[in-house]
Design a binder for this molecule. Structure first.
Ligand SMILES: Nc1ncnc2c1ncn2[C@@H]1O[C@H](COP(=O)(O)OP(=O)(O)OP(=O)(O)O)[C@@H](O)[C@H]1O
Ligand SMILES: [Mg+2]
Length: 166
């Protein structure tokens, strides 16, 4: 099985997201490839201010069946969504002062859901627990997405997904 560690091979897909609709269809497509209940999976959302991290998270939460608003977790830090298919935790670490705060926040109890984490670089240890890193950046009027597998199971998923849509 290809892996992002050890053998130097990183499964990665790069794609253009020219508008928000492209971001939403990419989120839908990724969700379709995840297990029916992706509890325990962790997706890190990286990229500078305004890169589109929350837009991607919102699309994924909606694709999972949530109909209401998806407020930014900037102040609450964790927004939980208990949906029929699974629980999702939308986490934003922008405002934490030290990586230790992750544990005070109750991070360790979030393993019963899919964790979407904005600003994961605030707590570097998260990289060891992650399945995917999605790095978003500006590209003209749209965005560029770089999806990298961190875990072995994520690498296997990406290996079977040669051409993600956008
Ligand atoms: N693929 C895209 N193409 C064009 N604009 C986009 C795209 N994705 C998001 N945007 C726009 O970028 C802006 C910022 O989006 P968003 O709030 O998702 O960024 P963010 O990375 O979460 O920012 P922050 O770092 O403040 O949390 C929004 O106005 C959104 O509509
Ligand atoms: Mg955001």
């Amino acid at each position: 099985m290809p892996s992002s560690t050890g053998n130097g091979m990183t499964e990665r897909r790069v794609l253009s997201l020219p508008n928000e609709a492209a971001t939403a269809s990419f989120a839908n497509a990724l969700l379709e490839r995840l297990p029916p209940n992706p509890a325990g999976w962790t997706l890190l959302l990286e990229g500078e201010l305004g890169a589109g991290k929350s837009t991607f998270a919102r699309a994924l939460i909606r694709a999972m069946g949530h109909a209401g608003p998806v407020p930014s977790p900037t102040y609450t830090l964790i927004e939980p969504y208990e949906l029929d298919r699974a629980t999702i935790y939308h986490v934003d670490l922008y405002r934490i002062a030290s990586p230790d705060e992750l544990h005070y926040l109750g991070w360790d109890e979030l393993d019963d859901g899919l964790r979407l984490v904005e600003w994961p670089d605030r707590a570097p240890e998260l990289m060891e627990q992650a399945d995917f890193s999605l790095r978003l950046s500006y590209e003209g009027d749209g965005r560029r997405a770089e999806l990298s597998a961190v875990s072995g199971r994520a690498a296997a998923l990406l290996e079977g997904w040669p051409n993600p849509p956008a």
